[in-house]
Design a binder for this molecule. Structure first.
Ligand code: PMP
Length: 357
């Protein structure tokens, strides 16, 4: 058959989402399965979100506010920046893609750590950019010295994932300072802070404290702590020129009416968001401490998941969990990422880990 799509896409691995718990429950004949695979918060939408979405759906026949004015104003107020420095997108993954498209011409380089967020190599490749993966340290953290050394005259974008998905490790202020001072002024550095709300280490800086540097972009999502993964809303904070360029590049109307309304309602529930994140953090400590007894190499995590560096045993371990109705996320040959769930969900996972590890 005549090839109608780019031949290089054949070699590109697809993005693999966490498995559906309904599917697994059906397969195992269980009333329900437990999903600890996609770094979601387990408590349902924040109060008022469902009502806001229902109300917004009444205007579903009209296009959304393409300027995202009310939400950008609310984000500007919460994060103490001007609204012209904010761009929103259909999840922060869409904004990461827009950042590559806004900075890279074919052949330009995007530098990121590996292993890190699975979508980075995919969005780099589909945008025609060259992905430059810099191996993490032996303790599963970004190697910022090596990342700075990997920047060449072709580099247009660096993606720092802090805390890092899937290893949970976090970069400290002094090393980020050093890195930003070393990177040329014409390279855009993205601090992808999808898990910022789960950070407890005071030495791990809020990326927004760097946002006044001309070449820094802070990328955030409402999918995790704010509980809106299914509605798709991410945002970034950058200098006005960069944010404006991104607003041009994003797909028109990709921040839907319902997503905008849900995000506004969620932002109005910041105290409840904080309370839920604190519960997750408490459980994270319990889960990580327990797993570390079985597997001492589990790195310290600042996110809502724990990394099990199981190497060649990763897929087999994830299969053993699935056989017991618990979905975790294996990365073949490398490790398994386990999202912090409710205490009961974590207990179910720990019971399996006790037997299998
Ligand atoms: N960045 C990181 C580091 C992530 O882990 C994720 C989600 N897994 C995203 C960005 C994208 O999140 P979303 O598109 O749901 O905002």
């Amino acid at each position: 058959m005549t090839k109608l799509t780019r031949p290089d896409l054949d070699a590109l691995p697809p993005y693999v989402p966490g498995r559906s718990p309904a599917d697994l429950a059906r397969e195992l004949g269980l009333p329900e399965a437990i999903k600890l695979a996609s770094n979601e918060v387990p408590y349902g939408p924040l109060p008022g979100v469902v009502e806001a979405v229902t109300e917004a759906a009444a205007t579903a026949h009209r296009y959304p506010d393409m300027g995202v004015l009310a939400l950008r104003a609310a984000l500007a107020e919460r994060y103490g920046v001007a609204a012209d420095r904010i761009a929103t997108g259909c999840g922060s993954v869409a904004l990461a893609e827009s950042l590559v498209r806004a900075t890279c011409l074919p052949g330009d380089e995007v530098v990121f750590a590996w292993r890190s967020f699975e979508a980075y190599p995919i969005i780099a490749a589909t945008s025609g950019a060259t992905a430059v993966r810099v191996p993490n340290t032996a303790t599963h953290a970004h190697d910022l010295a090596a990342m700075a050394a990997a920047v060449t005259p072709q580099t247009r974008l660096v993606l720092l994932c802090n805390p890092n998905n899937p290893t949970g490790t976090a970069l400290r202020r002094a090393e980020i300072d050093r890195f930003l001072d070393a990177v040329p002024a014409d390279v855009l550095v993205v601090l992808d802070e999808a898990y910022r709300e789960f950070v407890t280490d005071a030495d791990v800086p809020d990326g927004l404290t760097y946002a006044d540097r001309p070449n820094v972009v802070v990328l955030r999502t409402l999918s995790k702590a704010w509980g809106l993964a299914g509605l798709r809303m991410g945002f970034l904070v950058a200098q006005p020129e960069v944010a404006g360029a991104i607003r041009k590049v994003v797909t028109p109307f990709s921040s839907s009416t319902t997503a905008q309304a849900a995000a506004l309602a969620a932002l109005g529930q910041a105290d409840e968001m904080r309370r839920r994140c604190d519960l997750v953090i408490e459980e994270r400590t319990r889960l990580a401490d327990r797993v570390r007894v079985l597997l001492p190499e589990v790195p310290e995590t600042q996110a809502n998941f724990v990394w099990l560096p199981l190497g060649e045993r990763s897929v087999e371990f994830a299969r053993a969990c699935e056989a017991e109705g618990v979905i975790v996320r294996p990365f073949a040959g490398d490790g398994v990422r386990v999202t912090v769930g409710t205490p009961a969900e974590n207990d179910a996972f720990l019971k399996i880990a006790d037997t299998v590890l």
